[in-house]
Design a protein. Structure first.
Length: 99
């Protein structure tokens, strides 16, 4: 079964538009999904921070806490907190607040 010529042309034009938009998105970088990925990364880091804070509390309640573990987790928390603050500055609403 053959498609009518007009339907074929519309279909080809639609695919061309999709391909051009994909090329444009690649040229511009990550595009619209960048904010979503940034928010997901922030949420992931905040979950890890919370987990490590729980580990620190659990370790401190032990009769003989291993201080080297606590120091290690605190360093990771510090690093992740700095990363979260940098990521927050990438988001559009953070840029507006800085102005």
């Amino acid at each position: 079964m053959q498609m009518p010529l007009l339907t074929t042309l519309i279909s080809m034009a639609t695919w061309t538009k999709v391909i051009l938009l994909e090329d444009l998105d690649r040229e511009l970088g990550e595009g619209m999904g960048e904010n979503k990925r940034t928010r997901r990364k922030i949420a992931s880091l905040e979950r890890r921070i919370t987990q490590h804070e729980g580990k620190i509390e659990a370790e401190r309640t032990k009769p003989r806490p291993k201080h080297w573990r606590i120091e290690y987790w605190q360093k990771e928390i510090t690093s992740w907190s700095e990363q979260v603050s940098r990521l927050h500055r990438r988001l559009p609403q953070a840029r507006k607040k800085d102005d």
